[in-house]
Design a protein around this ligand. Structure first.
Ligand SMILES: NC(=O)C1=CN([C@@H]2O[C@H](COP(=O)(O)OP(=O)(O)OC[C@H]3O[C@@H](n4cnc5c(N)ncnc54)[C@H](O)[C@@H]3O)[C@@H](O)[C@H]2O)C=CC1
Ligand SMILES: O=C(O)CCC(=O)C(=O)O
Length: 411
């Protein structure tokens, strides 16, 4: 099932549980605005290369639209649409004053030089600068983009609108980025996992984790879980997968992967087939890369007892049903990975106030938001007698629906 069909299906199920009016349901599903732009750049060798960039602004009932920008070869309009919709429900679950948006450019960032990436980012910003804004739509990093990408957007946007650090979050600390944003999604994953395991009388310590993806989210999650006493027994990235039943040395794996642009060839474990990573024996599985990776093809073979969705929409609805029958507990993306956008919110607040927080305050506020989010989701599970995914969807959709009704429609 494609990402948009899957996300819309979850939304519709939540709308049904909430008894939403059908016209309101329809209006919440349709994106506010979909932008598609052509981005042509000269390559370093003088030839031209053309790419297509997207920004989908899904909903702004609760505040400025917010969401990352992805650079990946598989970026397509349906996927960006689904990811924008997920951002709307995610910001509502986190209870931060934002709506949802997402952007992307269909490209392979690993095949572009730094200066080509800079030109591409600047051209994309030129094409969308009058449709984003500090109080309308605030981009951030996602797969294939990082703090440097945000710095280029900030600089290009500021040429048109004057110096505007709050136009993006996840930017370098030297340009007004927040301390703790880099680690925030992984740290939020840790806090959410702790909250979930505590329900089962368990802690991080002693649990065996498998993590798919070793980029920003996966590598931070791995480091923080290890520090908290968990054992990361297998990891994969786009270059390969590696396993060590006594726990991988994450610090050395990170050093190796930075130096070698991937984990392939790391000698501190056994190489395994990337396709088998998700079905490795473990207590907790953390997909932290692409969407749709847990599906009807492999769901039956998943051996984890818990799945923490650090990636966006890693689990297909068909897999959801299979896993539920197997008794696997899934902490859904719109709660599990909301730490990133939550600290993005803290960054935006700091930029607007012109006052920087120390890292301790960022991390402790993040813990408060993640713990509250988990508690509110559990309350919705009780009210609607549903699983955590529907608990999170009903919480998010209900908050957005209430804001929409309160604002009303122009006569
Ligand atoms: N960066 C952030 O703050 C947030 C990211 N997310 C989600 O987390 C996921 C990961 O994002 P980032 O870590 O930021 O991206 P990233 O670009 O920093 O890292 C992505 C990782 O996934 C790996 N990967 C790509 N294809 C793979 C494959 N076929 N098999 C295994 N690994 C593969 C890459 O090698 C890399 O290690 C995405 O789904 C993103 O939407 C969600 C919330 C916030
Ligand atoms: O930090 C943000 O604004 C958005 C992060 C993001 O794209 C996501 O949560 O999927």
């Amino acid at each position: 099932m494609n990402a948009l069909a899957a996300t819309s299906r979850n939304f519709k199920q939540a709308a049904k549980l909430l008894g939403l009016d059908s016209k309101l349901e329809k209006s919440l599903l349709i994106p506010f605005r979909e932008i598609k732009v052509e981005c042509t750049i000269p390559k370093d060798d003088g030839t031209l290369a053309s790419f297509v960039g997207f920004r989908v602004q899904h909903d702004n009932a609760r505040g400025p639209m917010k969401g990352g920008i992805r650079y990946h070869s598989e970026v397509d309009p349906d996927e960006v649409n689904a990811l924008a919709q997920l951002m709307t429900w995610k910001t509502a679950v986190a209870n931060i004053p934002y709506g949802g948006a997402k952007g992307g450019i269909g490209c392979s960032p690993g095949d572009l030089s730094l200066s080509e990436l800079e030109r591409l980012t600047r051209v994309f910003t030129q094409k969308i600068h009058d449709l984003i804004g500090v109080h309308t739509d605030v981009p951030a990093p996602d797969m294939g983009t990082n703090a440097q990408t945000m710095a280029w957007i900030l600089d290009e946007y500021s040429k048109f609108h004057g110096y505007s650090p709050a136009i993006v979050t996840g930017k370098p600390v030297d340009l007004g980025g927040s301390l703790g944003r880099d680690a925030a999604t992984g740290r939020g994953v840790l806090f959410a996992t702790e909250a979930l395991l505590a329900e089962y009388g368990k802690g991080i310590s002693g649990q065996r984790f498998v993590i798919q993806g070793f980029g920003n989210v996966g590598s931070w999650a791995a480091q923080l879980i290890t520090k908290a006493g968990g054992k990361v027994v297998a990891v994969s990235d786009v270059t390969g997968a590696i396993k060590h039943s006594n726990g991988l040395d994450i610090e050395n794996l990170l050093k190796y992967s930075v130096k070698n642009r991937g984990i392939k060839g790391f000698s501190g474990g056994d190489a395994i087939d990337s396709n088998s990573l998700l079905t490795e024996d473990c207590d907790v599985l953390i997909p932290a890369a692409l969407g749709g990776v847990i599906n009807r093809e492999n769901a039956n073979d998943v051996r984890a007892k818990f799945i923490i969705e650090a990636a966006n929409h890693p689990t297909d609805p068909e897999a959801d049903e299979i896993l539920s029958k197997k008794g696997v507990c899934i902490l859904p993306d719109i709660l599990a990975n909301s730490g990133g956008v939550t600290v993005s919110y803290f960054e935006w607040v700091q930029n607007i106030q012109g006052f920087m927080w120390d890292e301790e305050k960022v991390n402790s506020e993040l813990k408060t938001y993640m713990t509250k989010g988990f508690k509110h989701v559990k309350e919705m599970c009780k009210t609607h007698n549903c699983d955590l995914r529907m608990g999170a969807f009903t919480l998010g959709v209900n908050r957005v629906a209430r804001a929409t009704l309160l604002r009303g429609w122009e006569a």
